[in-house]
Design a binder for this molecule. Structure first.
Ligand code: PLP
Length: 406
């Protein structure tokens, strides 16, 4: 390759990467391959993982795999174009119908990815001169969607309804959008949906909820956080736009929004990542149709997951009391053990990894400075023995460290 001129700004990139390495903020990838249950190989080594968003273990489910295989045989592997031209397959249309029926919401629009859903839905709803009220811990895709919209962005303190109300009351913009994760992706706590909706009603705002981590997990039949709040079916509100991903509990890939006929029709007209991207291949919709059926009948899987969550939290209580680390309150599969320091979080991750256990360390800027953590993600495919193994490894690491410092 040719050399760059010495004064090119591109010369600074390697130094910027080195600076990230020095601050323990360099991100690396590992090559993974599935084994059985929560076991995978990572760079060729067998590991027990606590890092997947595949909360129900459906990414390996035989019914989904068979549906995808049959879908590929019948439909091929690519959609060939935008949904607005030739990409809206009958399989994708059936998926939207099935999701709307499952969610008990009037209409659904299916996108090729959750991230793409958020970054184009928000700018389709509000623009310059409008206001967005955004929870401080919202997911990056929501933040980017807010920025792309050019609306005035007013962040409110995490889960703080009083702070939100203060901002809503002071706002002079006619069009107001409140945006929140329904289950927060790095803390695992849940938004007060009824409280948010009450404020949206008082101030004539639209509420957009991102339930990437609650869909398939929370509520009756796993219909998600909005159903858990009793706000679907006859109680659905035209003020709520419900967004979810199909890449987490659903086990495949994609995103969707669900809401009133009027809002969904508008998004179909205006969401740019819907119009200007190739539709998801129909074989994925076939896998997702199988997934919806499994999720709906998945009370057994959800009970298994809940049992593992309870077991982990009980086991971590002794880890917390031995270390002073903080286990954030969470009833969801996302369990955050906050250790504080970036380097400490990485050390812990490395020590677990030496014991064949993979728990990701999450550092700024993904989480606020000083709150580096282990993000333990549970799945219905974890066994009770898997959880015991993690707790025992943490205890072994702690007593080694305490032995060293004594
Ligand atoms: C993962 C995630 C997304 C993005 O979904 P993908 O399907 O992975 O593109 C959006 N919002 C939240 C809260 C997420 O955790």
């Amino acid at each position: 390759m040719k050399a760059l001129a010495a004064n090119s700004w591109l010369q600074a990139l390697p130094q910027q990467v080195q600076a990230l390495r020095d601050q323990h903020l360099l991100r690396t990838r590992r090559q993974v391959a599935p084994q059985t249950g929560a076991h995978i190989t990572v760079n060729g080594q067998p590991m027990l993982q606590f890092c997947s968003n595949d909360y129900l273990g459906l990414s390996q489910h035989p019914a989904l795999v068979a549906a995808a295989r049959h879908g590929a045989m019948e439909l091929g592997v690519g959609a060939g174009g935008s949904p607005m031209v030739n990409g809206h397959s009958t399989a994708n249309a059936e998926l939207e119908e099935a999701l709307a029926a499952y969610l008990q919401l009037p209409r659904v629009l299916y996108f090729y990815a959750g991230f793409a859903t958020n970054v184009s839905v928000i700018p389709a709803l509000v623009g310059a001169g409008d206001a967005i009220f955004s929870d401080a811990l919202n997911h990056a895709s929501l933040i980017d969607g807010c920025r792309l919209s050019r609306a005035s962005i007013q962040p409110y303190a995490h889960a703080d309804l009083a702070d939100l109300e203060r901002l809503l009351a002071a706002s002079t913009q006619a069009r107001k959008l409140v945006v929140s994760d329904a289950v927060f992706s790095m803390d695992g706590d849940s938004a007060d949906i009824a409280g948010l909706l009450a404020l949206c009603e008082r101030y004539d705002a639209l509420l957009m909820l991102d339930d990437a981590h609650g869909f398939g997990i929370c509520g009756p039949e796993g219909r998600g956080s909005l159903a858990a709040a009793g706000l679907t079916g006859a109680h659905a509100s035209p003020r709520v736009l419900y967004m979810g991903t199909l890449s987490k509990a659903a086990g495949v890939a994609g995103g969707f929004v669900a809401g009133s006929e009027a809002v969904i029709e508008w998004l179909l007209q205006r969401a740019r990542s819907y119009t200007f991207a190739t539709a998801a291949p129909g074989l994925l919709a076939r896998a997702l149709l199988a997934s919806v059926a499994v999720m709906q009948q998945g009370d057994g899987l959800r009970a298994q997951l809940q049992a593992r969550i309870a077991q982990l939290r009980a086991g971590l209580a002794s880890v917390v009391s031995a270390t002073g680390w903080q286990l954030l309150p969470s009833e969801t599969p996302i369990q955050a053990l906050v250790v504080g320091d970036n380097e400490r979080a990485l050390e812990l991750m490395a020590a677990l990894s030496e014991r064949g256990i993979w728990v990701p360390a999450i550092r700024p800027p993904t989480v606020p400075a000083g709150t580096a953590r282990l993000r333990i993600a549970l799945s219905a495919s974890h066994t009770a023995a898997d959880i015991d193994q993690l707790i025992a490894a943490l205890h072994a690491i702690i007593s080694m460290r305490q032995g060293r410092s004594a």
